[in-house]
Write a protein of this length. Structure first.
Length: 162
């Protein structure tokens, strides 16, 4: 389990990268909880009980050595979904996104990009999910590698086209 300190970068499922701005106590319904306060790059502030951090999907950034495996996933052939209807595929992809694991998010991005190229049309929900997955991958890879998000986005797009 990750233990965070003030100033650490962390990833919160579905939200992306944020900075731990405080580790403190919060009084809630007469109980005192130790919480992480996370300032998300989107501007949102999230408070996560320290003992539930892993369960709710708060984790450290991936190690720089893992970036190549994420890129390998993006270049690999898409998994053919057994789910034929968009709403069933949406549920499967939602579960992957909620896992908070970058490798699972990269699989969603790869599969939806492939589906978009094949079908030339995604449902509204799938388009939203594609953009969310792309944003989460780009944001974390940019932070881990110290590169600009625009540069990473271009590389990700290029990898997905293969």
């Amino acid at each position: 389990m990750d233990r965070f300190s003030v100033g650490d970068l962390a990833v919160y499922q579905d939200q992306g990268v944020g900075e731990i701005t405080e580790v403190g106590r919060l009084e809630l319904a007469g109980a005192s909880l130790e919480v992480y306060t996370v300032q998300m790059e989107s501007g949102a502030i999230v408070r996560v009980p320290t003992h539930k951090a892993q369960v709710v999907g708060l984790r450290g950034l991936i190690h720089p050595a893992q970036v190549s495996s994420v890129f390998d996933i993006l270049q690999s052939a898409a998994e053919k979904s057994r789910e034929k209807t968009w709403n069933r595929r949406y549920r499967v992809y939602s579960e992957r996104l909620r896992s908070g694991e970058l490798s699972e998010i990269a699989k969603v991005l790869r599969d939806l990009e492939q589906l978009r190229r094949e079908k030339d049309e995604l449902s509204y929900g799938e388009r939203q999910m594609l953009e969310q997955a792309r944003g989460l991958v780009v944001q974390e890879v940019a932070r881990v590698t110290g590169r600009d998000e625009t540069e990473v986005a271009e590389q990700v797009a290029s990898l997905c086209e293969r």
